[in-house]
Write a protein that binds this ligand. Sequence first.
Ligand code: GLN
Length: 193
Amino acid sequence: MIAKPIVGILAFQGDFAKHEQAFAKLKCETRLVKSPSQLEACEYLVIPGGESSVIDRFVKSTQLAEPIKRFASNRPVWGTCAGMILLATHVVNDRTISPLSLLDITIERNGYGRQFDSFIDVGQVTFGAKPEPLEMVFIRAPKITNIGAEVVRLGSCRNETVIVRQGNVIATSFHPELTASTRFQQYFLSLKH
Ligand code: GLN
């Protein structure tokens, strides 16, 4: 029997339970991560959506920043929404957050503004040879305002880049765990080898 991939989900705050459900559909084993030793037992890590300032504080108080950086050097890490903010190199409008600098992007928190605070739309993703449509849920989403040369754009919606990847590290400004499709999660799981 092929071993089930072990997906760790950072579980201090936010919608980590929805991520567990989505990975369960793909027959993955999920583990909630709140400490460096729990992280070490995983093959993948998800940093969920929620409040980036709150998750940032927990990451610091539990001494998880350095272990997450080491993890990302050889295992896939995915940040959604608040998780994307935590993976960035710069956050233009919040000085209290010190992001992990694992993805060379600049982020504006809540960058879609009031009018489009939250919305659902169909965007485009490119995981294979051809672009594909994907339903995307945005909730007070961060906007990417600058993208470094090493970063690949894998998805867009309303003329904005909404999926970026740099090596093992990938981030979405929307919430794949809130829609029925597991297309994004399947792509994330394929980053392993
Ligand atoms: N607005 C939140 C933040 O800035 C992110 C929202 C989300 O993760 N859905 O942290």
